[in-house]
Design a protein around this ligand. Structure first.
Ligand code: HEC
Ligand code: HEC
Length: 446
């Protein structure tokens, strides 16, 4: 008996040694792939900073990060109390930026189309939000494209799927398209994309900085600490609110994901399957050619022939086959060669809101990896010569598709995003939504 046990023990010892050895080889292969891709610089090219290491977070020099601004922005981003210009009076104070970008959904909407003003309910994770029956679809606060995440936005100089917001980066030279009288005119303020989006977005989403609200709550002190140099009569404005929100968004970083832990030396943070997937992602499968910042996004635009929100099987609002947003970058620049090209999105926490592609046409991570592997466009409006030249069959095996899926689904997953939510708002309101049904779903009635 003892002998048998000894044999068994030595077997399992041998087995675990082999397992570790495989793992070590994979660590070396992955390090080599990352080093090769980064021209010898190494793993730090893909590393996200810690959220309170403000000096190392990319920022707009005209909106430097301070802890006070970030704190104010965190409140305003979730604040339902500033939703003061809805289309129907009964919706006052019921929605927020976070209605379509909340932590539980990886800062996406948790449904194929986000609904701000005019929506009711939350469900378990955003999927239970619907049109209020008194709101005609045209009065809803919705966009004809999927709500992307605000997470890791610090790695994008220009915002939206078509990159239209932001005075710098790829928008230098596009001034003719910054149409006065539309949200795009905010680009003339000169800030980077996150700042411009937040300033424009507050208006688009029917929010108001109301002086009664500011003076009756701790918002006055929060603004005073965040903007001590603004003259008092210019301090509590929508523009400063936008700058604070952008500062907060820059700190929302998925730096606790297993791949990020692996990058700083925690070799056991990733499974062997995830490591194999990463080796493919950064090597043979070519994903890194487009997904190549620490957020695995890039400020480039490509046509992959994915369908639009109007093609969804579910009911959507304000979507038509001729929405300019369906043309991607071309809908903004007006250049035909930009048509159907969309910004390369970041790839963290995708499983929190299972809708992929700018039109939410794909519903699982494995399916989108398959889509890349097959290299066949699903949207017949996009002609073959417009498609990205990299979008061709990859001939990956079923197992390789599974490995890449595992890398994205679980190694690029920060399971502690709640740290970016406030505990309570200065108004004491419920968030991300504050309509009676959402309050019930969110447990705010206790
Ligand atoms: C009705 C849902 C909804 C609400 C409310 C909402 N957003 Fe969005 N957000 C979207 C959609 C949809 C897009 C993509 C639009 C596009 O690309 O044309 C977007 C895009 C963005 C982006 C750009 C992300 C990227 O990768 O380019 C940021 C940043 C953002 N929103 C922040 C905010 C802020 C700040 C607020 C509050 C002032 C807000 N959002 C309110 C739906 C919403
Ligand atoms: C030619 C550039 C390019 C290459 C190569 C590329 N991607 Fe993408 N990827 C994009 C663009 C652009 C989008 C958004 C397209 C759209 O929505 O219309 C995208 C979207 C995605 C999405 C969906 C994200 C979301 O939020 O909807 C995933 C997942 C993804 N890519 C993974 C991969 C993987 C895995 C590979 C390698 C097999 C890869 N990509 C190769 C450009 C690229």
């Amino acid at each position: 008996m003892k002998k048998l046990l000894a044999i068994l023990l030595s077997f399992s010892f041998l087995y675990s040694c082999q397992k570790d050895e495989v793992s070590n080889v994979l660590d070396e292969q992955l390090s080599a792939a990352l080093t090769e891709y980064s021209n010898g610089i190494g793993v730090e090219v893909f590393q996200l900073p810690i959220e309170n290491d403000l000096a190392n977070i990319p920022q707009d020099p005209q909106n430097p990060l301070t802890p006070e601004k970030i704190e104010l922005g965190k409140m305003l981003f979730h604040e339902t109390g500033i939703a003061l210009a809805p289309m129907r009076n009964f919706s006052k104070g019921t929605f927020s930026c976070a209605s379509c970008h909340f932590a539980g959904a990886g800062f996406q909407a948790g449904r194929f189309q986000g609904i701000g003003d005019g929506g009711v309910g939350f469900g378990l994770n955003g999927e239970g939000r619907f049109r209020h029956t008194s709101y005609p679809g045209d009065d809803l606060d919705v966009q004809p494209i999927r709500s992307p995440t605000i997470m890791n936005g610090a790695y994008q100089k220009n915002m939206l799927w078509n990159g239209q917001f932001g005075a710098t980066g790829v928008n230098i030279g596009t001034e003719d398209a910054w149409t006065v009288g539309t949200p795009k005119e905010n680009n003339f303020l000169g800030f980077e994309g996150l700042e411009i989006q937040a300033i424009a977005g507050l208006k688009v989403h029917r929010m108001v900085m109301d002086s009664v609200l500011v003076y009756e709550t701790s918002y006055k002190e929060l603004f005073d600490s965040a903007f001590p140099h603004s003259p008092a009569n210019e301090r509590y404005t929508l523009q400063n609110a936008g700058l604070a929100i952008a500062a907060y968004e820059r700190t929302v970083l998925s730096n606790q994901a297993p791949f990020q832990k692996w990058l700083v030396g925690e070799r056991t943070a990733m499974s062997n399957t995830e490591k194999l997937g990463a080796i493919l992602f950064f090597g043979k499968a070519g994903c890194v050619n487009c997904h190549n910042s620490p957020a695995l996004n890039s400020m480039e635009f490509y046509a992959l022939g994915l369908k639009d929100l109007v093609d969804c099987p579910e009911e959507t609002f304000k979507t038509t086959p001729d929405n300019p947003q369906n043309l991607g970058r071309g809908g903004f620049t007006g250049n035909a060669q930009d048509n159907y090209k969309f910004k390369v999105p970041q790839l963290y926490n995708l499983k929190d809101s299972p809708f992929y592609g700018h039109g939410a046409s794909i519903r699982s991570i494995r399916e989108i990896v398959e889509y890349f592997n097959n290299g066949i466009a699903e949207n017949t409006n996009v002609s073959v010569n417009q498609l990205a030249k990299e979008f061709i069959p990859l001939n990956l095996t079923n197992e390789e598709v599974n490995q890449i899926t595992a890398f994205i689904e679980t190694a690029l997953y920060d399971d502690n995003l709640k740290r970016y939510e406030p505990e309570n708002l200065p108004t004491g309101n419920c968030f991300p939504n504050n309509d009676p049904l959402s309050k019930n779903h969110l447990g705010c009635n206790n």
